[in-house]
Design a protein. Structure first.
Length: 400
């Protein structure tokens, strides 16, 4: 299979309803004595980037799983968006500047058969998406201490990224723009790690901007201003953090309000709201990204109310509700100004709870939830359907 073929294929592959002989390993590319075999297709981003898990093989050594960002050098999206090579070079520079124990290391950059690859270390553990999914099966809730631990870990990472300077000592102006649970790993030690640097914005010298305005990141975790086609800043990342914590705490999402129909949301929109939604649709259409799901998400972003957030958080403590309310303000001027402020608010609440709760305690709590979930997976799959391939909760469909 050619590089261009796998860049457009479905991640689900063949139907698992019958036993078939597994195909031979698919080699994505080779460089020197190393070869990279496709292990898992993850997702495609808004600008055509494909995210993959691959096995790096080298004679005389054990195979090593790696995370790949792949961007085609040809095709329709390339002519409309930033030069892929300039973007990849920016990511290499940012990875060198932003080294942190809880950000995956960049191993290198490769070009093969018209595709650019960024090779990142593959972080062990579970995606935060998997961590969020467990309560759906196990019908339980994580402790508030667990939620605060996750929030503190992510807020401290954002504080590091947002506050970093370039090699001249000037503010880097970093904005992640693609913070979502699939890009965050919950490690065996209970520590959280970013698997890559997202759809980053920075003020690196010589940075070449996109030739068109386009949406950034995964829409389901995007801040309203990003979905409306407006510029992102550090507070946009804080909104994404709020969505992640809300989902982890409640198994519910602000952009998928229960018992609220799209027509009801439309009726809430003022003329100004409608203009922002229309602007977001125009930007998304220009980037080839408009879908019915995208329209649904952008409408939610323009129409949700504080009482909607309250209805999702009814089981949470007043202190945690207050933090999430401020993170999820539609007007970014009303949110926390910095990640440091978020970190301070979360830490103050953790102090109120008392007792020590760190990575070891979080890992133990998650393992108990995972153990409680395992016996229920078969029944859940029959009633609701299988979890996505690659999830720790995915079970192959039984042979029929």
């Amino acid at each position: 299979m050619t590089a261009s073929a796998w860049m457009t294929r479905s991640p689900h592959g063949m139907s698992p309803s019958r036993t078939v002989k597994p195909p031979p390993p698919e080699v994505l590319f080779k460089t020197g004595s190393r070869s990279f075999e496709l292990a898992q297709v993850l997702r495609r981003s808004s600008h055509g980037e494909q995210q993959l898990i691959a096995l790096r093989r080298q004679p005389g050594r054990e195979p090593v799983p790696v995370f790949l960002q792949a961007l085609s050098l040809t095709g329709r999206t390339v002519s409309r968006l930033r030069d892929p090579q300039a973007r990849m070079q920016e990511m290499v520079t940012l990875a060198r500047l932003l080294q942190h124990p809880r950000i995956a290391r960049l191993n290198g950059c490769h070009e093969a058969a018209g595709v650019l690859y960024l090779e990142w270390e593959h972080v062990p553990g579970y995606t935060l998406d998997d961590v969020s999914l467990l309560p759906l099966v196990y019908v339980h809730a994580y402790s508030e201490a667990f939620l605060l631990h996750v929030g503190l870990q992510l807020a401290s990472l954002l504080a590091f990224l947002h506050g970093h300077a370039d090699e001249r000592g000037l503010p880097l102006g970093f904005v992640h723009r693609d913070l979502h649970p699939q890009g965050i790993r919950f490690g065996p030690d209970g520590q959280l790690v970013l698997t890559h640097l997202g759809d980053a914005f920075s003020r690196l010298p010589g940075r070449v901007p996109s030739s068109i305005t386009r949406p950034h990141g995964q829409a389901f975790y995007g801040a309203p201003e990003v979905l409306f086609g407006e510029a992102a800043d550090a507070r946009s990342d804080l909104f994404s953090l709020g969505l992640i914590l809300l989902e982890l705490a409640t198994s519910l999402h602000l952009y998928s309000l229960p018992r609220v129909l799209l027509g009801d949301l439309d009726a809430r929109l003022t003329d100004e709201d409608g203009q922002r939604v229309l602007q977001g649709m125009m930007v998304a259409e220009q980037a080839g990204r408009v879908t019915s799901e995208y329209i649904h998400i952008v409408t939610h972003a323009a129409a949700y109310r504080p009482e909607d957030i309250d209805s999702l958080m009814i089981r949470l403590s007043p202190a945690l509700r207050a933090i999430l309310h401020r993170l999820l303000k539609r007007d970014r001027a009303e949110r926390y100004a910095t990640a440091e402020e978020v970190e301070a608010a979360l830490r103050a609440r953790a102090t109120e709870l008392g007792g020590h709760y760190g990575g070891a305690e979080a890992a133990e709590e998650f393992q108990k939830a995972l153990a409680g979930t395992a016996p229920l997976l078969n029944g859940f799959q029959k009633d609701v359907g299988a979890f996505p391939r690659g999830s720790v909760l995915h079970l192959p469909t039984p042979v029929v």
